[in-house]
Design a protein around this ligand. Structure first.
Ligand SMILES: Cc1cc2nc3c(=O)[nH]c(=O)nc-3n(C[C@H](O)[C@H](O)[C@H](O)COP(=O)(O)O)c2cc1C
Length: 216
């Protein structure tokens, strides 16, 4: 790693412009691998990423993204998606098998997953919509990808400025897969956008209930 986690978090800025330099394959693979070590409910890992590198496809994506130039300048753009189909029994078995291979899954937990996951998606007591659920998870992985990338000297720009229906059609994304954000990755052209500041902890953390101020 070039930067510590603290340094990567402090130095990350949403890059609005990228140089032509490509990201070495081994660095990209490392970013992807570490990024998807993010947590997920039942370890379902619903995030899916379309890796866009071809000029023609970047142009197509830019046209769905209000013509934002980061899309075509960055050497790699991820279309970050969340797949709602993770409650499919075959998929649940895959997750169970993964846990078994890692030595982290006993029969009792496997059986509880087989019944709890379909129920979670049928009654959804923990989320209002499946789209909220896929977004909840995918954006965690996206955040981790951004920090890992930064630690390896690679800049990024999370983007919600795109028309979902257009992206889904242009990139053959199934109806049950939600597009959560776009993420150009590459090397920012100087000067970087300036740090825009963050609220003090006292404004955004609360003590025990939402009504009570905290002293930190
Ligand atoms: C979910 C999300 C969507 C965003 N969408 C866009 C976007 O479409 N275009 C853009 O240039 N920046 C976008 N940004 C970047 C923000 O403008 C940027 O993160 C914010 O101003 C704070 O700046 P910093 O990330 O450099 O600290 C987005 C950020 C997030 C988290």
């Amino acid at each position: 790693m070039k930067l510590s986690v603290k340094e990567a978090i402090e130095q990350r800025r949403a890059a609005r412009s990228f140089s032509l330099d490509p990201i070495p394959e081994d660095i990209l693979a490392k970013i992807f691998r570490l990024g998807v070590l993010a947590p997920s409910g039942f370890n379902l890992q619903p995030w899916r990423f379309i890796v866009v590198r071809e000029e023609e496809n970047k142009q197509k994506l830019r046209a769905c993204a209000f013509d934002q130039r980061q899309i075509t300048e960055a050497p790699v753009v991820l279309i970050c998606c969340g797949d709602r189909r993770v409650n499919n029994p075959d998929y649940i078995e895959n997750v169970i098998q993964l846990g078994q291979e890692a030595g982290a899954m006993n029969d009792k937990y496997a059986n509880s997953m087989r019944s709890a996951i379909p129920q979670l998606f049928q009654h959804h007591p923990c989320f209002e919509s499946r789209e909220a659920w896929t977004n909840r998870h995918t954006m965690l992985a996206v955040a981790q990808i951004m920090i890992v990338a930064q630690s390896l000297g690679v800049d990024s720009c999370p983007m919600e400025g795109f028309v979902t229906a257009q992206v889904k059609e242009a990139f053959n994304i199934p109806p049950e897969v939600d597009v959560c954000c776009l993420l150009p990755l590459g090397y920012a052209k100087e000067p970087l956008k300036q740090y825009g500041g963050r609220f003090q902890n006292e404004k955004i953390f609360f003590n025990e209930t939402f009504q009570e101020d905290i002293v930190l």
